[in-house]
Design a protein around this ligand. Sequence first.
Ligand SMILES: C[S@@+](CC[C@H](N)C(=O)[O-])C[C@H]1O[C@@H](n2cnc3c(N)ncnc32)[C@H](O)[C@@H]1O
Length: 440
Amino acid sequence: MKNQTLESYSAGQAVLQIQQTESWDFEFADTQCNTHGMHNYPARMVPQIAERLIKKYSQPGQLIYDPMCGSGTALVEAMLCGRRAIGTDLNPLAILLSKVKTTPIESNYLKNRVSDFLEKLNSRFNQLDGVNKRKSLSKPDFTNIDFWFKPQVIVELAIIRELIFNVGDKTVQEFLLVPFSATVRKVSNTRPGEFKLYRYSPTLLEKHNPNVLKIFKEELRNSMVCLMDFNRATGLKCDCNAYKVDARYTENIIPNGSVDLIVTSPPYGDSRTTVAYGQFSRLSLQWLGLDYDEIRSYDEITRLDKASLGGSIRKNYVHSLKSKSLDSVLKTIAAKDAQRAEEVAWFFVDLNDVYKQMHRVLRKGGIAGIVIGNRTVKETLIPSSTITSELCGELGFEPIEKIDRNIPYKTIPLLNSPTNETGVIGRTMNKEDIVVLRKY
Ligand SMILES: C[S@@+](CC[C@H](N)C(=O)[O-])C[C@H]1O[C@@H](n2cnc3c(N)ncnc32)[C@H](O)[C@@H]1O
């Protein structure tokens, strides 16, 4: 928003007058540049927001942390700005993407390894003519594989997967898993353009005969171009670690006061009623399977959405969070649906635990930039950014800036049903806020 009028903004007791003079909409920005263009992920942060926050609130060499790093947008920007970075997320696919997108591989070396790999791949596909060749393949053993993939697709994915896990260099192996994951989603029986898993209708399913090898090669080419751009932009100098950890429990990973700047975008609400990151990632993760180090069991994959913030419902809970705005909104929702009010309360209880950890890991004077959208439940607007300011005010943060921005092309469903009923369209969520706070 340009030249916006004065606005008052409170966190805890402090009230701040902010004049927002520059646009944070980034309407025409290239959000697929460098490794950002590698793999789809729901509700990605706009890279230019992360870049601006990093340049404004940190110095080269300082440590940036994203507690819910998703596909690693803030981490990539930290590398491009010459900072160090740490990311955490409980989704193993998020960790794979974050690692690969922030790990340069010298371009000639990468080209040679990929060309060796493609030679083997082409030769395996050329032999693919008889039933006998298929028998020896090990396909992952997850429920419903035959529901989500056609038999020929399973054979072809299994060949690619086997060859990837035979690649000796772990960094190259993980790099190849990214186009593989993108391919899994494209060749599955799921309707394209949806984050949740919906199967094609019987008529469309009959016509669905994807060319697995061609799609994988296209994805691989795209990933190579992205990584080479990133190599050039960073001069191969990167210092970034991504850990599969619940952001509410980071004591064993990140020391007190060690982080200079946090840049993060939390989920909008629990995965069941907002964005289902686990469901989006499920087929890819099931295909990566137990050979991928970050996955311990197939059960872990199917429980991801329940493990996310607000995912587990605790009945008859009375929360002790100090936020007037949250109290007021919960009262309104409870008058319509007591259970939905409890679900919303639980989400904020969990989110508050993340905010506590953010406060712990930041150094005194360190800054947190939180990109957060408001959502509607039972036709009641939940002012998540104001609630965030109030909760963080109680934890020892003071307000620095509050920026509101339009979302030109965010990859989330813009229309949502307030009642969760099919066909009922709710308010459009096309704005979000950036709350900037300082630890005192
Ligand atoms: C809005 S997305 C982040 C997107 C990211 N900024 C990007 O650009 O890709 C929110 C992320 O929070 C993660 N998440 C949810 N609950 C979590 C928890 N308890 N601990 C860590 N991450 C969590 C989800 O897996 C998801 O990746």
